[in-house]
Design a protein around this ligand. Structure first.
Ligand code: SF4
Length: 64
């Protein structure tokens, strides 16, 4: 699976970091970093929840 973040939309709310901390990280500069762009397919439900929970709809996930 593939994860993308629209960083122009991200408001650094931290919601995704709380849900999936091995994939999303907010660093000292206050910006979100995507640690893994192609997580294992087994993480689909976790990342779907993160995408659904993002207040600015900045997270997209897709097959492949
Ligand atoms: S949940 Fe959305 S707005 Fe919040 S840090 Fe993650 S990508 Fe950014």
């Amino acid at each position: 699976m593939h994860v993308t973040v629209n960083f122009d939309r991200c408001a650094s709310s931290g919601t995704c970091v709380q849900l999936v901390p091995d994939v999303f990280e907010i660093r000292d500069d206050g910006y979100l970093y995507l640690l893994i762009e192609e997580p294992d397919d087994a993480r689909w439900d976790d990342l779907q929840e993160a995408a659904d929970s993002c207040p600015t709809e900045a997270i997209s996930i897709s097959d492949g």
